[in-house]
Design a protein around this ligand. Structure first.
Ligand code: CP
Length: 338
């Protein structure tokens, strides 16, 4: 792989087109290897990958652990319940414990924004060379989800060549609870970097107007945007209007657990206005695919019938693609000296 410069993977705002190309190219190769019958590769033999999830997860954690095993790494798994956090140990001391055991990569999920970033900074200052891979932090970032969504979309538009430019000039409509979604934020960085135009659609309480400027400047602490020209971001309040131009639709979970005010009045009404079902998809062009990062609130963000319609719903494919994409990320971080 050419020019991989990231010691940690914290946020896609720092990714160049070359970075996206490297991840997608490697993921394509790992996917081809596993579908050809070779399930396990020796690439990370002797490396130690630790999942440090302070917040619940089904997909991300299992997928990273399977990806690490497919590359023959040793895998350690931390769960906050049953851990020494209950005795007052801090997340930093928990991380240092796994570093002392020799972790090459710590995959960190936390409900607070920037815990993985602070941990990366702390470990660097202390002279440790363990890499941090953000498994989702607060409302900030979920880079591996953004990358697997990009891979899934690129693979849909260009099945033999899932490269970043496969999404160029496509219109991707992201619907729902944008405000609380680290997935939406990572997708905004990834998709606009690759030249896609993103339409955000949702009620004002879950989609403030400021989101139209989200990728116009790099985030705090980052001086330059590595992308010269990004795709456009627009906001639409009507699903019917948004769907007219859609080449793909991504809907997001309503994150009730992060809503501290009554941001929606009625779930049925929400589904009528912003739910994806076969009726609302009639406003789109033919055969537009539907994505969702999961977990899905059935009947709210999308109907059961859409979730079970394999001809348009890519949810299972997203989960499946998560494995080669995460293999690529672990390989890029942990096999970097090879
Ligand atoms: N998409 C996602 O992050 O799912 P999990 O919370 O199950 O990991």
């Amino acid at each position: 792989m050419s020019n991989w410069s990231h010691r940690h993977i914290l946020d896609l705002a720092t990714f160049s087109i070359e970075d996206y190309t490297n991840v997608l190219e490697l993921a394509k190769r790992f996917k081809a290897v596993s579908t050809s019958g070779t399930r396990k590769l020796p690439a990370l033999q002797g490396r130690l990958i630790t999942t440090l999830f302070f917040e619940p997860s089904t997909r991300t954690r299992s997928s990273f652990e399977l990806a690490a095993k497919r590359l023959s790494a040793d895998v350690q798994s931390f769960s906050p319940n049953n851990s020494s956090l209950s005795k007052g140990e801090t997340p930093i001391d928990t991380a240092l414990t796994y570093v002392a055991m020799g972790a090459d990569v710590l995959i960190v999920r936390h409900s607070s924004t920037n815990v993985p970033g602070e941990l990366a900074h702390y470990l660097e200052e202390a002279g440790h060379n363990t890499s941090i891979l953000n498994g989702g932090d607060g409302l900030h970032s979920h880079p591996s989800q953004g990358l697997l969504d990009l891979f899934t979309l690129a693979n849909f538009f260009s099945p033999n060549e899932p490269i970043p430019s496969a999404v160029k000039d496509k219109t991707i409509v992201i619907v729902g609870d944008i405000l609380h979604s680290r997935v939406a934020r990572s997708n905004l960085w990834a998709l606009t970097a690759c030249g896609a135009n993103v339409v955000l659609c949702g009620p004002p309480t879950l989609l403030p107007e400021e989101f139209k400027d989200f990728v116009k400047a790099p985030p705090p602490g980052q001086k330059l945007d590595p992308i010269k020209k990004r795709g456009q971001v627009t906001i639409m309040r009507s699903l019917k209007d948004a769907f007219q131009e859609a080449d793909a639709v991504m809907t997001l979970r309503l994150q009730i657990e992060r809503m501290h005010q009554n941001l929606i009045t009625d779930l049925y009404q929400y589904h009528c206005e912003f739910g994806i079902n076969h009726e609302s998809l009639k406003w789109c062009k033919k055969d537009v695919p539907v994505l969702h990062p999961g977990p899905v609130n059935r009947g709210i963000e999308m109907s059961n019938a859409i979730l079970e319609d394999d001809s348009i719903c890519l949810v299972s494919e997203q989960v499946n693609n998560g494995i080669p994409v995460r293999m690529a990320l672990l390989y890029l971080l942990a096999a970097k000296e090879n």
